[in-house]
Every structure is written in structure tokens, then in C-alpha cells.
Design a protein around this ligand. Structure first.
Ligand code: ASP
Length: 590
């Protein structure tokens, strides 16, 4: 071996060890030749250590050190001492290693960007050189948090009697509602496996087998259009339990969350979490994952303007489920025309046709719709919205859920623009979203689809309505929401075959289709299925919240871009014709 193995790690040394000799291994973060002294920052996973060479005491070493460049890997030995001018911002900022000697273990090409945090480098370059970006302390910290989450999970659930059981990656298509990634079978030409969208069916079957408490950290794959918080492959903490009810799942997960927040952030969160129904969340916050850390609630002013001569309002109120509603953006009364236009464009992305507003500035009312409303109407609106001087009311008139969704999105955007979000950093508001409708009506397909998935049980006291008014039936489904992000969701499952069959019928699946898709589950349910339920938590999301990042790529070691491409390894890529031939596949001409 032509290098010396470390006797300590860069970030682990403290003032207590001053006076001792150490060998360190690591990457050079930077070299600063100050004439009198040469400083080198050495980086490893544990932190940064300042190395010093004193030319007056070691001229030879100082001369040799001119060869050192960023990202070279070196070993070095020396004596730990106190710094004469400490840097209190660094955990190792009070100490430095006075070098006797060093050696280069490996040189590095000039990196395409500097390995420091908060660097505004183009993301494509960072993804191409992911191994260099991953050297950044901020990113490494995220993976340290991610590891902690997994370790706490293993420990917590083991204590609660859970078994970790693996389910297949090559499997039959699952029912989470997204598109499957398909894998052709060479041995069974013309047939395909699907990558799991989740282990849903397998975990239910494990309950039929009597395993009682199952958990798994598992990769799931969904071929969806991607957004900044979505990846085609993502990780779930997936669990299922038998002989339980909704409340048992809540208690278990609340305990787990409390442990994560306590151990990782040192924060005691309040349990049990509050519960809110889907209907309430939609009508007050315009979202099924409302951020409850701040108000700016939706105000329904349909009554206040029900006799209005303003055609836009009366037309909407004349339609089924039409609503006029608003949010009061306190302090945004000074918004300029340009800012309001850009809010309108923002609202249009959520399906708004336009966006009406009323500004209250310097005791005056400024609004393009004021001329269509009577003074009383404006007063009534202002009253209901609690409007004061300096406020901005943003008004949406639309089908109720669309109006609420538009206002819900604006609520978040304004909280960002008005600095409310920034102030709320490091505060956490957990709650359960409950009482989801069992079905959603798919306008395009003209049929009901399961809001959660087809194995979710309807509320016991609404089962009769399955025949008469399916759209009014609620599900035993729940989502865990924190700060406006959905951390997970699950449900109590149908464990009786008859109800399961009925569900498929309502979803428009013929017996044959249901049999062909999920026959093995239906069959299993006939052999003594226990009452069961569970949920899946998004591991990536949990780490994002704990690490305080909005970008899912910050918590996945080798992520894909929003077009599903892994820039570093160049996948997906073309394959040779002979590989396709082996699979019995030929490509259509583009
Ligand atoms: N399989 C569901 C999902 O991935 C979670 C669950 O119902 O347990 O969303």
C-alpha cells in the first residue's frame, strides 16, 4: 500500500484531541496559499478539516504542496492544534492539523463545477456528474437523514411486532391507477411483467396468509408525467395489518412520526393528529392536502351575490354546483397590474377562465368588477371576507370544486409571495384527511373510478347506498398530510368477496375483466380473509420534509429528470436488434 490509512475522520476531531498526531484521508476542497502559510480544506463524509503547512518550518513540504488541486484524494499526517483565528461557523472551526507530510492517493480532473453548497450550477450538469454533486455536504446530509429514517423505521416497527417481507418486482399489473412499466418476458414471448405500482395486492394476500403485520421499504414504479416532486421510481414504507380499525393505523403512524421528528429534528410533535374530512379540506382550503399552518381560508360569497346583476356571477350560480368564492390576501392590496395579471395566468393553469379582484387601498375600492356590483353587495362581500384597508380579494366563480381548487392554489402561491411560507419554515402541522368519497366520476371515461383504489372499504353505514347513490358513499380511506404535502395514504380494505365483486361492478369491470386482472386476490379473499388495512408512506417525501427541500432529486441518490431520463448513465437507451428479437419484439417505425 503506497498510502497511509486514516486514524481519524475529518469531521470527527474536536478541541479535546488537540496535541495528538493523526492521519487523515479525504478530498481537497480548496487550497489557499497565503504566502506565509498554506491552508488546505480536506473533506470527507464527516466534515472538513483545515490542514496547514508552515513554509518557514517545512519549506520542502510547502514547495511540494504546489501540486495540490481541488478534488485530489490525499492522505496526510500531522498534529492537531488550536487555530489562531477560529471560524465559529464550522464544527471543526477551532482546530487545524499542522502537516508533517502528505501523499497524493489519486489525482482528479478539473471538476466541471465547484463542490460547494448553494452553487447555482445548471442542474443538467450536476446530474451528469452526479458523483461530484453527491460530494456536497448538504446533499450528503440528506442521505444521512434518509438512512436515519430507515433505521428508525426498522427499529420502531420491529418493536411493534411487524415482519419485513419482500414482494416481487416482476409481477402482474397493479391497480393504483397509473400506467405500468412493462417488462417483456424472453422465456414467455409475447407476455409481460409489470413493475409494481405498489405491493398492494401482495400485502393483502399476506394478510390472508395470516402474517398479521407486514412492512417493507419498497420501490414502486409509475409511468406518469413527472413533476418536480415525482419520480418514475420512488420508495414507499408500505405496511398492512390484520384485525385492526382505522384508529389503530393512526396511532401506529403517529408514534412513528413522533419518533422520526424527535430523533432527527429534536422536535416533539403533538399527537394524536387532528382529523379533517375531505369535504371540509376542499371547501376551506381548496385542497385535499391543505397546509394548515396559516389561515387565508376560502370564503364562499355565493349568498352575498346571489341576486347580483353581474352576469358572470349569475350565470355561474345558475349552474349546478356553481359557486362564487374568494380568498383574502391580507396586505396584497398594493399589488400592481402586472402582479395581478400574473396571478390570473397562474389561476388559468388550474382551469380558471379569469380572476376577479377587489383591492382595498387608502380607503378606496379598486376593482374592474365594482361597476357591476351594488354598494351593498361590495359591503357584504368585504364584511364576509373580513377585508380591511391594504387587502386584496381574489374571486373565483366556477363549479364548486374547480373554484375551490383554483383558490387553494392561489392561497399557497400568495403565501409564498407574501413571505408567509418563509416564516413557517421549521413548523410542522400534521393531520389526517378522512372521509374521502369512495368514487370519483371520470368525465372522460364516463364511469366511476376508485378515489383510492378498488380494494378500499366503504363506510359500514353507507353500504346500502352502493346500489342507490354510489357517489355519496364515503371510504374508509385516509391520507397523512403535513405542511401541504401528502406523506402517505391508505385504507381499510374490503375483506368480503361479495362487496369486492360489487365494487368491481360499480367500477365498470366485467366479471371476466375482474377475474383476469385480480382473480388471484378474489380467490384468496374466499379462503378466510381477516379484516385488514394499512397504508404506504412516501419515504422520499418524508426525507424531503425532514431535510427541508422542495426538490425530490435532493433525496434520491441517482434521480431522473422530469423527462424520465437518467443523464449520468444515459437511460433509457436503445437496445440492439438481437436483444429485441430474443424478446420477440419489433419496434414500430417512428
Ligand atoms: N397501495 C397504496 C398506495 O400506494 C397504499 C395503501 O393503500 O396501502 O397508494
Amino acid at each position: 500500500m503506497n498510502w497511509k490509512k486514516r486514524t481519524a475522520k475529518c469531521g470527527e476531531l474536536t478541541q479535546e484531541q488537540v496535541g495528538n498526531k493523526y492521519i487523515l484521508n479525504g478530498w481537497i476542497s480548496n487550497v489557499r496559499d497565503m504566502g506565509g502559510l498554506i491552508f488546505i480544506d480536506l473533506r470527507d463524509r464527516y466534515g472538513i478539516m483545515q490542514l496547514v503547512i508552515e513554509p518557514e518550518n517545512n519549506a520542502e513540504l510547502a514547495e511540494k504542496a504546489k501540486e495540490l488541486k481541488s478534488e485530489y484524494v490525499i492522505w496526510c499526517e500531522g498534529t492537531l492544534r488550536n487555530r489562531t483565528s477560529p471560524n465559529p461557523k464550522l464544527p471543526t472551526g477551532y482546530i487545524e492539523l499542522l502537516l508533517d507530510n502528505y501523499g497524493i492517493i489519486n489525482k482528479s480532473e478539473l471538476p466541471p463545477f465547484e463542490i460547494i453548497d448553494d452553487l447555482d450550477t445548471n442542474e443538467e450538469i450536476k446530474l451528469r456528474y452526479r458523483y461530484l454533486d453527491l460530494r456536497r455536504p448538504a446533499l450528503q446530509r440528506n442521505f444521512i437523514i434518509r438512512n436515519k429514517v430507515s433505521q428508525i423505521m426498522h427499529r420502531y416497527f420491529e418493536k411493534q411486532g411487524f415482519l419485513e417481507i419482500e414482494t416481487p418486482i416482476l409481477m402482474k399489473s397493479t391497480p393504483e391507477g397509473a400506467r405500468d412499466f412493462l417488462v417483456p418476458s424472453r422465456i414467455n414471448k409475447g407476455k409481460f411483467y409489470a413493475l409494481p405500482q405498489s405491493p398492494q395486492i401482495f400485502k393483502q394476500i399476506l394478510m390472508v396468509s395470516g402474517f398479521d403485520k407486514y412492512i417493507q421499504i419498497v420501490k414502486c414504479f409509475r409511468d406518469e408525467d413527472l413533476r418536480s416532486d415525482r419520480q418514475p421510481e420512488f420508495t414507499q414504507i408500505d405496511l398492512e395489518m390484520s384485525f385492526i380499525e382505522q384508529e389503530d393505523v393512526f396511532k401506529l403512524i403517529e408514534g412513528f412520526m413522533a419518533e422520526l421528528w424527535r430523533e432527527i429534528l429534536g422536535i416533539e410533535i403533538e399527537v394524536p393528529f387532528k382529523k379533517m374530512s375531505y369535504e371540509e379540506a376542499m371547501s376551506r382550503f381548496g385542497s385535499d392536502k391543505p397546509d394548515l399552518r396559516f389561515d387565508m381560508e376560502i370564503v364562499d360569497i355565493s349568498d352575498e351575490v346571489k341576486n347580483s346583476g353581474f352576469k358572470v356571477f349569475s350565470d355561474v350560480l345558475g349552474t349546478k354546483n356553481g359557486k362564487i368564492a374568494l380568498i383574502n390576501a391580507k396586505g396584497a392590496g398594493s399589488y400592481s397590474r402586472k402582479q395581478l395579471d400574473s396571478l390570473t395566468d397562474f389561476a388559468k393553469k388550474y382551469g380558471a377562465k379569469g380572476l376577479a379582484y377587489i383591492k382595498f387601498v387608502n380607503g378606496e375600492i379598486n376593482s374592474p368588477i365594482a361597476k357591476f356590483l351594488t354598494e351593498e353587495e361590495i359591503k357584504a362581500i368585504a364584511n364576509k371576507a373580513n377585508a380591511e384597508d391594504g387587502d386584496l380579494l381574489l374571486i373565483s366563480s366556477d363549479e364548486k370544486y374547480r373554484a375551490f381548487t383554483i383558490l387553494g392554489a392561489l392561497r399557497l402561491e400568495l403565501a409564498r409571495q407574501l413571505g408567509i411560507m418563509e416564516k413557517l419554515r421549521n413548523t410542522y402541522s400534521f393531520h389526517w384527511l378522512v372521509d374521502f368519497p369512495l368514487f370519483e366520476y371520470d368525465e372522460e371515461e364516463k364511469r366511476y373510478v376508485a378515489m383510492h383504489h378498488p380494494f378500499t372499504a366503504p363506510n359500514d353505514n353507507e353500504i346500502e347506498k352502493l346500489d342507490t347513490a354510489p357517489s355519496q358513499v364515503h371510504a374508509k380511506a385516509y391520507d397523512l398530510v403535513v405542511n401541504g404535502a401528502e406523506l402517505g395514504g391508505g385504507s381499510i380494505r374490503i375483506h368480503e368477496n361479495e362487496i369486492q365483486q360489487k365494487m368491481f361492478e360499480l367500477l365498470g369491470l366485467s366479471n371476466e375483466e375482474a377475474e383476469e386482472k385480480f382473480g388471484f386476490l378474489l380467490k384468496a379473499l374466499q379462503y378466510g380473509a381477516p379484516p385488514h388495512g394499512g397504508l404506504a408512506l412516501g419515504l422520499d417525501r418524508i426525507v424531503m420534509i425532514l431535510a427541508g427541500t422542495d426538490n425530490i432529486r435532493d433525496v434520491i441518490a441517482f434521480p431522473k429528470t422530469t423527462s424520465g431520463i437518467s443523464i449520468m448513465d444515459g437511460s433509457p437507451s436503445e437496445v440492439e436488434d438481437k436483444n429485441l428479437a430474443e424478446l420477440g419484439i419489433s419496434l414500430m417505425k417512428k
